[in-house]
Design a protein around this ligand. Structure first.
Ligand SMILES: *[C@@H]1O[C@H](CO)[C@@H](O)[C@H](O)[C@H]1NC(C)=O
Ligand SMILES: *[C@@H]1O[C@H](CO)[C@@H](O)[C@H](O)[C@H]1NC(C)=O
Length: 224
């Protein structure tokens, strides 16, 4: 274990996994890269994507730099703060020490537009068999022209897409989706509900790097 520089990556509250951070456009995000004692005096770096350019902890910095690095040697934590986030900042990043490519840790920073990028009124819905479910997924106007979809599964990363706004409608479809781009709402309708339809669903927006998703739990009870 002693050769492993970055044992874990911790992120600010509000993030859901160790290697993924969700941040908002215009705001800032802080990523912490803790390291083990052998690396206390090593130069640390931070880079994006293929890491052609590394920003190093021994470079001069100004307080208003977009990316600020801070190496707290007594705590053994290398901290990176990115300010004034833009959509182009979204992507994979790595932090590490020089030398030692093997000791890098990767983190994905997802940049969302607005803190209420996507929302649903009710996150838990109960319906009877044969009834119709209609879900309104509200989104930030910024995503007006993006493709929206409806996905099923407990795990966001493995949910299966059931219907997309860019897929053609066939008469008699059990599931329909419509997008009101003026109001910033897309509506998913599921007709003739059956017991097997119960479970977790996601209102989702397709984005280049990482899709946005918000979950909702459907319970189907016996019909009358
Ligand atoms: C390192 O972190 C500790 C605890 O948060 C703090 O007291 C100390 O001032 C920090 N040192 C530097 C150089 O920022
Ligand atoms: C969905 O909600 C129902 C009712 O609130 C609950 O009983 C069920 O456990 C939830 N499903 C999951 C997978 O959490």
């Amino acid at each position: 274990m002693k050769h492993l520089l970055l044992l874990l990556l911790s992120t600010l509250p509000g993030t859901n996994s160790q290697s993924r951070v969700t941040a908002f456009e215009g705001r800032s995000v802080t990523v912490q890269c803790p390291y083990a004692p052998p690396y206390t005096e090593a130069v640390k770096y931070w880079c994006k994507g293929t890491c052609q350019q590394k920003k190093r902890s021994d470079e001069a910095q100004k307080a208003d730099d977009k990316v600020l690095l801070k190496d707290n040697k007594s705590q053994g934590v290398f901290t990176v703060t990115i300010s004034r986030l833009e959509e182009e900042d979204e992507g994979w990043y790595r932090c590490g020490a020089v030398p030692g490519y093997y000791s890098e840790v990767s983190v994905f920073i997802a940049v969302n537009h607005g803190s209420s990028s996507l929302s649903v009124v009710s996150k838990s819905v109960t319906k009877q068999e044969k009834q119709t479910l209609a879900v309104h997924c509200h989104y930030d106007q910024y995503y007006r022209s993006y493709v929206k979809y409806w996905c099923k599964g407990d795990n966001w990363h493995y949910c299966s897409s059931l219907k997309r706004t860019d897929s053609p409608e066939t008469p008699g479809d059990k599931i329909t989706i419509s997008d009101d781009q003026t109001r910033g709402v897309f509506t998913v309708t599921m007709r003739g509900l059956e017991k097997e339809d119960a479970g977790w669903y996601w209102c989702a927006i397709e984005k280049l790097w990482s899709d946005l998703g918000i979950s909702l739990n459907l319970t189907v009870v016996d019909g009358k």
